[in-house]
Design a protein around this ligand. Structure first.
Ligand code: TNX
Length: 514
């Protein structure tokens, strides 16, 4: 045998002996949203029984370290105790703060060496986002809630990552069908996995009023008592709402409460006769039509009511925003609608919050701090830009989680078209309307309206896997993105959904792993 053959044999036997194969190329990861930059150094870091999670003493990363431990313990079965240290350790996982302006509030840097994995961020928020990346770099079975046999490796290298948009949201309509606090928390846990930072709760509509207002108790007693289809409805007590706000805060998610007005108000109009122009309470409504209700815009009691509602909500909500809806007020005359929005806008600022409204509110004169949410009218979005008001991009034909995937989808609507998984992923907020440029865009939001959604499984089916795509649009740089590359990463997330027992749409366009 000559030398070359011997060498070849040595290599082959070497390869065979080190089974299972080591995934040592960090650039071959399935992380969603795709990180800004990744370099690989070709070795592997291993979690073991002995691994500890260290956190820089005196930093505010302790809770984040505990969260990481909570995510890694069930599947590995390892203790992974959290310990504060004043100097960088030589091995284990180390969470530490840094001062790195490019990373901003939510960015992070990962340095993965054979013995030591270091996560750096300016803020706890950034460390939290980085932990989602660590979770996604580990073998898929890390998602399991019971102990799994696996080689818990992460390829070595570095990741630097930070978001494109500061506002990356989703919305849940808990008014059409009520979804309870446990479902909302479950949804937030999944949002966190994808680095979302805003949850907009559509709390009121024609079919239901879902938030307790102590000064107007009939809103929930009467207005919360049903839903689309005539089911029993429900509402969040203020305590439950606070619990949701806290759950969100632990995940660095801002809750935006929406009270839709002057249209979409039948539940309020059925609860209090005095809010109607004719002084008669309406019937409760359980259908799915839109645009038939309006508050009486020229009665003073209407503004006392709104002031009370916004006041209670503002004091329960630590985030900076109150959403006032303003959409589809088809039975409010334009000359009534505009002063109404302007007056309500003043009330929002009087309670120390920033106003957000659906794109129709741009017909009114907006405060420069106010934000318009584009959903269908380019004209309205342009009004916003002309007024110097920032826009949240939620184009129905791309970003509505309640649109059917295709004509066979058992759930969802299709008034804005079908939104297959590739359609939901493959668009750029900056290229949608030529008048709306990058500087006008605060971020993106994917709303889930619930006319056809009655429970958690329905919600999951419409949300997954599209949610992952919206996360990537909001977070990752547009350059170098492609559906063909993305769909392979998404396939791996299908395995996570299987492990979590999530009901997701197995689109034929995605090369699922099994
Ligand atoms: C339009 S989007 C609405 C909602 C519906 C949704 C259904 C918007 C501001 N208004 O009232 O639930 O379509 O897709």
């Amino acid at each position: 045998m000559n030398k070359n053959v011997l060498l070849l044999l040595a290599i082959v036997s070497g390869l065979l002996s080190c089974a299972p194969e080591e995934p040592t190329d960090l650039t071959q990861n399935n992380v969603i949203p795709k990180p800004v930059s990744v370099t690989a150094t070709g070795k592997a870091f291993r979690l073991s029984e002995q691994t500890k999670i260290y956190v820089q003493a005196g930093s505010n990363l302790e809770a984040t370290a505990q969260y990481l431990q909570g995510k890694l313990t069930p599947a590995t079965g390892f203790q992974l105790t959290v310990e504060a240290v004043s100097e960088a350790p030589s091995e284990g996982i180390f969470l530490t703060t840094t001062n790195d302006p490019e990373l901003g509030n939510e960015g992070y840097a990962l340095q993965i060496d054979k013995k030591l994995l270091t996560l750096q961020a300016n803020k706890a928020e950034g460390a939290f986002r980085g932990i989602q990346t660590i979770r996604q770099l580990l073998p898929l079975s890390i998602a399991s809630s019971s102990v799994q046999q696996a080689d818990w490796m992460i390829p070595t290298g570095t990741i630097r990552d930070f978001p494109e948009y500061e506002f990356r949201g989703t919305m849940l309509d808990v008014a059409r069908h009520f979804l309870g606090a446990e479902d909302v928390k479950h949804f937030m846990d999944l949002m966190a996995y994808y680095k979302f930072n805003v949850l907009h709760l559509h709390l009121t509509d024609d079919q239901g009023w879902r938030i307790e207002i102590k000064s107007w108790p009939k809103l929930t007693e009467i207005g919360g008592s049903t839903e689309v289809g005539g089911g029993e409805g429900g509402f969040f007590t203020q305590e439950q709402y606070t619990d949701l706000v806290n759950h969100a805060a632990e995940r660095f998610i801002t809750i935006i409460p929406e009270i839709d007005m002057p249209g979409h108000t039948n539940a309020a109009l059925a609860s209090y006769a005095e809010l109607n122009c004719d002084g008669k309470a309406t019937e409760l409504y359980t259908g799915t039509e839109v645009g038939f209700s309006t508050l009486c815009t020229d009665k003073e009691i209407t503004y006392e009511f709104i002031d009370d509602v916004i006041g209670e909500l503002a004091s329960l909500t630590p985030g900076p925003y109150i959403h006032i809806g303003g959409d589809e007020s088809h039975v409010t005359k334009k000359e009534d609608y505009i002063p109404f929005i302007e007056r309500v806008q003043d009330l929002v600022y009087a309670h120390g919050k920033t106003m957000i409204g659906w794109d129709e509110v741009t017909l009114a004169k907006l405060d420069k701090r106010s934000i318009a949410q584009y959903w269908s009218s380019a004209e309205n979005a342009k009004n916003a830009v002309q007024q110097g008001v920032k826009v949240i991009m939620s184009p129905a034909k791309k970003a509505y989680l309640d649109m059917q995937y295709d004509s066979l989808s058992p759930l969802g609507l299709h008034w804005a078209g079908y939104v297959e998984v590739d359609t939901g992923y493959d668009w750029d907020p900056v290229k949608l309307e030529k008048e709306i440029g990058r500087d006008n865009i605060l971020g993106i939001e994917a709303p889930l309206w619930t006319e056809t959604v009655t429970n958690r499984a329905d919600m999951e089916y419409l949300v997954f896997p599209r949610l992952a795509g919206y996360a990537e649009i909001g977070w990752s740089p547009t350059e170098g993105k492609s559906w063909d590359e993305y769909k392979v990463r998404l396939a791996a997330h299908g395995n996570q959904y299987d492990t979590w027992g999530i009901n997701y749409y197995r689109s034929k366009l995605v090369p699922w792993n099994k």
